[in-house]
Design a protein around this ligand. Structure first.
Ligand code: UFG
Length: 338
């Protein structure tokens, strides 16, 4: 299939691009590089040994999108593009709503005008809110989001679901990611956050290479086995393969489906830090700090729907995630800006 990847130069998009090519598909990337780098596309090309069509454009630019759809007969779209920093979304809510919703609306209108009706969307476990029980299942009702970033994911899910009602030829797969970490095993592509990372794994990686002094562990008094927060960390290559399966699914179905992409296993902050130190033989100094506002104690996925519908399940473990992250970080101490 010929598949448009919006935001395809980013962390999850770049890994998905590689896996789509491995599976025999033809991805085309559109990215405005505001939070990614053209270097990641060059690295993708190095991994797969062929060139990848790339458009530098903003997905909310209607003219540019029309031209891209005029020039390519897409079978499907994977929509990664969007602003994604939780804290930033709290201080810049209008920018987040404007950007994430405008891009999605322009994309869907362009798809409709060109008769492209299959889309896989990067949603997030954040849409569940703080559920009273784990694991999180797709049939649980959302309990609301704690920040504008999360609400944009929620709203986009509703926009896309609405489209399948209005036009029954549409096929929508809403992938709710848990906590993607890791990197391609070549060490060529990985996560390259701008500025000081907010998320745990990129922070740990930068402490491990000496770029940051120490990790703050946000709270050790949660009702979890060691008191630190528990999450479902998933290797980005597993996640990427989930997208390949989601495209196959979308090709053969109509309507909309919410599908979790997680491993089904919860690990604590200290599990992750200790595993990282052990498999990489490095020190990651840390201090216990107060809880971070908005954090929940524990979440992890029930991944059984992904297995039943997509025939997909995660294969890589926490050790693989820690090893592959460290390889990318050590080989690219300044990310893509070397
Ligand atoms: N943590 C620390 N220190 C840090 C950073 C994080 O102790 O410096 C802890 C957090 O308190 C939490 C765990 O590590 O217990 C994971 O935190 P992340 O920031 O890596 O991830 P979150 O689970 O908070 O958020 C992630 C994504 C969001 C998404 C959400 C969905 O970053 O985009 O999962 O559940 F919305």
């Amino acid at each position: 299939m010929k598949i448009l990847l919006t935001g395809g130069a980013g962390f999850i998009g770049s890994h998905t691009c590689v896996e789509l090519i491995n599976a025999g598909h033809t991805p085309v990337i559109v990215d405005n590089f505001i939070n990614s780098s053209a270097e990641s596309v060059r690295r993708i090309e190095k991994i797969v040994g062929r060139s990848v069509p790339l458009y530098e454009a903003d997905v909310s630019d209607r003219e540019a999108m029309n031209r891209i759809f005029d020039e390519n007969a897409f079978d499907c779209v994977i929509h990664f593009a969007g602003l994604k920093a939780v804290g930033e979304s709290v201080s810049q809510p209008l920018r987040y709503y404007r950007n994430n919703l405008d891009t999605t609306l322009t994309l869907c209108e362009t798809m409709q005008a060109h008769g492209v009706k299959k889309i896989v969307f990067s949603s997030s476990a954040t849409v569940y809110g703080n559920q009273p029980e784990v694991p999180y299942r797709e049939d649980m009702q959302s309990l609301g989001c704690t920040n504008p970033y999360g609400w944009t994911k929620y709203m986009i899910e509703k926009i896309l679901e609405g489209q399948t009602v209005a036009d029954p030829e549409w096929s929508v797969v809403l992938l709710r990611y848990f906590n993607p970490i890791g990197a391609h095993e070549s060490g060529l592509i990985g996560e390259d956050p701008s500025g000081i990372p907010n998320n745990l794994m990129p922070y740990v990686a930068k402490v491990a290479v000496g770029e940051l002094k120490q990790l703050s562990v946000f709270g050790n008094d949660y009702p979890t086995p060691d008191g630190t927060g528990v999450r479902d960390y998933i290797h980005v290559v597993d996640l990427a393969r989930g997208h390949v399966k989601a495209c196959d699914y979308a090709a053969g179905h109509t309507g909309s489906e919410i599908i979790n992409l997680g491993t089904g296993h919860g690990y604590s902050v200290l599990d992750l830090v200790n595993t990282f130190m052990k498999v990489n033989n490095v020190n990651v100094p840390y201090v216990i700090a107060p809880r971070r506002p908005g954090d929940i104690a524990e979440n992890y996925a029930d991944p059984s729907k992904a297995k039943a519908l997509l025939g997909w399940e995660a294969e890589k473990n926490l050790e693989d995630m820690c090893r592959d992250t460290y390889r990318f970080q050590s080989q690219n101490p300044k990310g893509y800006h070397t």
